[in-house]
Design a protein around this ligand. Structure first.
Ligand code: FAD
Length: 452
């Protein structure tokens, strides 16, 4: 079922003209999957109604802000699988080495209607704005990377999970409906579409990235996501409910890279885990926390800067900006994990080597960057820079919200102290009290030995 709230007409063309165009065009960009993809299923429904074929296009730009070869490696693994999966469903996918709007414009003249998926970042919004005025047919967006469409979940920026939770929770019963695949009636095999099937190596070469980044330990694609999620359900679920925050136990789902690149559907994950008895803690993270991040980047134009913070947090941090720091590190020292704190260094190395830091350590990591940098604004920028460079799930609404949380976003004021002001503080003694944190350090040392 595709709820009407997921579907939005982005331009002035309100009705589809059956006389116009030879095919339906699906501009795939944010939901790189054929599995539980509302935009794809809606495109198939539209093509079937109009008795026309469906083609798909993906714009592969090497200029996506902050993206490096670690991210492209993962993205392309998923994209090349999708190309084959779409073919099995009668849809030819053209991968264009171009900015997404230009890639779409190459095919838009002969399209009856263009259907796309939805991302929330500024650059994605810019693409939609650019295209809606430059195509001569309806441009329809179908939201598939959240469970509850962002404007339906709330019509304003939410203060915290506490204010957002009741709003989204009461809409879940309506939106948590499985999505069945439709069968396409007219395939697009005879349409002249640039559809060479380059292999992974050739695509990477063509992108010409020379940033020296190593791949993460994760492989992209829906199949890989489903395999990891099944392992999570059968082996880690109980551990997650009890020890989600424990970096020593390490029993997280590892779904964030797949959610970030649109390789897996959050709706699928939520329905699947609910079918096996549910896990309230997981659903809280996947639905309330994750979709609160979408709410943040959608409604807050400053989401990538310290100005996104609530007034109390910004003011208190600025009041303490010139407090003396016991330790102060440069970006280079932080990047190289050269601090006095072995727990922090381990977390930084986990991120640099594997491409994914444990969720609990991310909070500690961000708080310490604030503590050890000579100004909160600089600390904010450093945290985002490192997060987005090394995390395979970086450059995501969750990353912007996660860093902002370390500086007071979605949180309340605490007792005032040096540097942090009223922003919540975390220290190494907390890690020692809660976990056998030395075992985390040893686990990362073992990883370091394995990937020197
Ligand atoms: P699981 O615990 O298995 O959770 C399942 C899913 O729930 C995750 O994939 C994610 O989509 C969602 N989720 C879990 N924790 C959070 C959270 N705190 N906030 C919002 N959603 C959550 N997440 C990213 O996806 N990309 C980032 O770049 C990112 N950067 C962060 C930076 C900082 C400083 C902080 C404090 C948090 C950041 N997070 C980020 C949020 C969170 O740490 C990760 O989503 C989580 O660790 C991903 O691992 P997982 O999928 O194994 O998590």
């Amino acid at each position: 079922m595709i709820h009407k709230e997921r579907i939005k007409n982005l331009n002035e063309f309100r009705s589809v003209d059956n006389q116009r165009g030879d095919y339906i065009l699906y501009w795939m960009q944010a939901s790189v999957r054929t599995h539980w993809n509302h935009a794809l299923e809606y495109a198939i429904e539209t093509a079937n109604k109009m008795q026309k074929p469906l083609i798909a296009v993906f714009g592969l730009t090497s200029d996506f802000p902050g993206a490096n070869s670690r991210h492209y490696q993962f993205l392309i693994e998923g994209l090349l699988s999708v190309k084959n999966e779409l073919k099995d469903r009668g849809v030819i996918l053209s991968i264009q080495f171009d900015e997404p709007p230009s890639a779409v414009l190459k095919y838009s003249d002969d399209a009856s209607v263009i259907i796309t998926d939805r991302g929330y970042l500024e650059i994605q919004k810019r693409w939609y704005d650019e295209l809606k005025t430059s195509v001569d047919c309806p441009l329809i967006q179908v939201e598939s990377n959240v469970i509850v469409p962002v404007e339906t979940a709330s019509n304003k920026e939410e203060y915290s999970a506490g204010t957002f939770r009741p709003k989204i929770t009461r809409k879940l019963e309506y939106f948590m409906k499985p999505l069945q695949p439709r069968t396409l009636k007219v395939n697009s095999f005879d349409i002249d579409v640039e559809s060479a099937a380059p292999n992974h190596e050739k695509v990477m070469k063509k992108l010409g990235l020379k940033d020296g980044m190593t791949p993460s330990i994760f492989h992209g694609g829906t199949k890989e996501a489903i395999k990891l999620f099944n392992e999570f359900l059968s082996e880690k679920l109980e551990c997650y409910e009890k020890f989600k925050n424990n970096p020593v136990k390490n029993c997280l789902s590892n779904m964030s890279p797949y959610l970030h690149f649109g390789h897996i559907s959050p709706l699928y994950l939520a329905c699947k885990i609910s079918r096996v008895g549910g896990c309230p803690r997981f659903l809280e993270e996947l639905i309330v926390r994750r979709e609160l991040s979408m709410n943040f980047v959608h409604y807050n134009d400053n989401y990538s800067t310290i100005r996104s913070l609530p007034e109390w947090a910004y003011t208190t941090l600025m009041e303490h900006a010139s407090d003396p720091r016991e330790y102060e590190y440069s970006l280079k020292e932080l990047e190289n994990a050269e601090t006095h704190d072995e727990y922090w260094n381990a977390a930084q190395k986990e991120m640099v080597i594997t491409g994914k830091m444990h969720g609990y350590m991310r909070m500690y990591w961000g708080k310490k960057i604030l503590e050890w940098t000579d100004h909160p604004e600089k600390a904010y920028d450093i945290a985002l820079y490192l997060n987005d460079k090394y995390e395979i799930d970086g450059r995501d609404p969750n990353g912007f919200a996660g860093v902002a949380w370390c500086f007071g976003k979605h949180d309340r004021a605490w007792g005032e102290r040096e540097i942090f002001g009223k922003v919540r503080y975390m220290n190494d003694r907390g890690l020692e009290r809660k976990f056998r944190i030395q075992e985390y350090v040893e686990r990362i040392e073992a990883i370091e030995d394995h990937f020197p």
